[in-house]
Design a binder for this molecule. Sequence first.
Ligand code: SF4
Length: 293
Amino acid sequence: MTQQNTVYEHVQVKRMLHYVKVWFLPFKWGTNTYRGCEHNCLYCNARYTHEYLGLPMGAFAHKILVKDNAAEVLDKEFSRVTWRNNLTVNLATVTDPYQPAENRFKITRRVLDVFLKHHNALLVTTKSDLILRDLDLLKQIGQTGFLNVTVTLPTLDEDLRKLIEPNAPSIEKRLRLIRELHIAGITTGVTAIPLLPYISDHEKDVESLIKAVAEKGADYVVADVLNFRGETRTRYMSFLQTYDPTLIPKYEALYPTNYCDNTYARKIRQHTNKIIKKFEVNQYHKMYSFRRS
Ligand code: SF4
C-alpha cells in the first residue's frame, strides 16, 4: 500500500453517543473521537462511514476528522436525567481512539475525563499501546466505575501484520500492552478478528496466538473469521492477487456473499472455542457491567 500524507480537519459535533443495535455485543451505546482511521487495516469494514460524509472511502485512512468538542458534548449527554451511568459505552465502535492523531490532539484523553467525572461504564477497543499514556485515568475509572479494555490482535505473524495493518502498532507492542493492562489490574480482552481463511486461521496458529495472549494475562478472547462490507472485498481480493493468487478461487467459493460460508466459519469457531477453553481465556462475564441500577 502506498503511504499518503494525512490531512486533519477539525470539526464540531452535535452528538457523541449512538445506539448500537447488535444483540450479541456487550454494550448498546458507542462513541468515537475521530472519523476515519490512520491504521488503514486492509480488512477494515468501517470505511463506508466516510461515504456518509460525502468523502471517498479511499480517504478513510488519510482524511481524519478530529472532533474538537467531543468531551463537552459527551459531558452534556451524560448529564441528562434520562441517562444511566451503568450503560456501558464502547469507545470506539467505528474508529480507533488511539490512532496516531490522538498523540497530537488528545481528544480521547479529554473524553476519558468525562467518563471519570460521571463514573460511566466504559469499554475501550484499540490496537494501540498509546492507551498506556492514559493509564492514570483508566485506573481511576476502573476503581470508581466499570472498565474493560479490548486489544485487537488477529495474528502473531509480524510480516502478515505489516501487510494487513500497515500503520498499527507491532504485535510485540500489543502483547506488551496486554501485559501492562493486566499488571495495572484492568480487565483485558483480546479480539482476534478477523482470522483470515487459509492464511491465519490454521489451528496451530490460532493456538499460538491464544496461548501468547493468555500468558500475558488476557481475561478473555473473542475470535471470528473475516467478513466483508462495502469496498473491503475489492481491496482484499486485490491484496490476494499479490499475496497468493492461488487463494482467489478458494475465496470466491468461500464468499458467495460478503459473509464467509457458514460451514467453514462454524468449523473455525469450534476449534477456536476449544483452544480458548483450554487456555481459560473465557471469562466473558467480565465484559458486562451490572454493578449499579
Ligand atoms: S484500527 Fe479498526 S477502524 Fe482503524 S483501520 Fe483498523 S479496523 Fe479500521
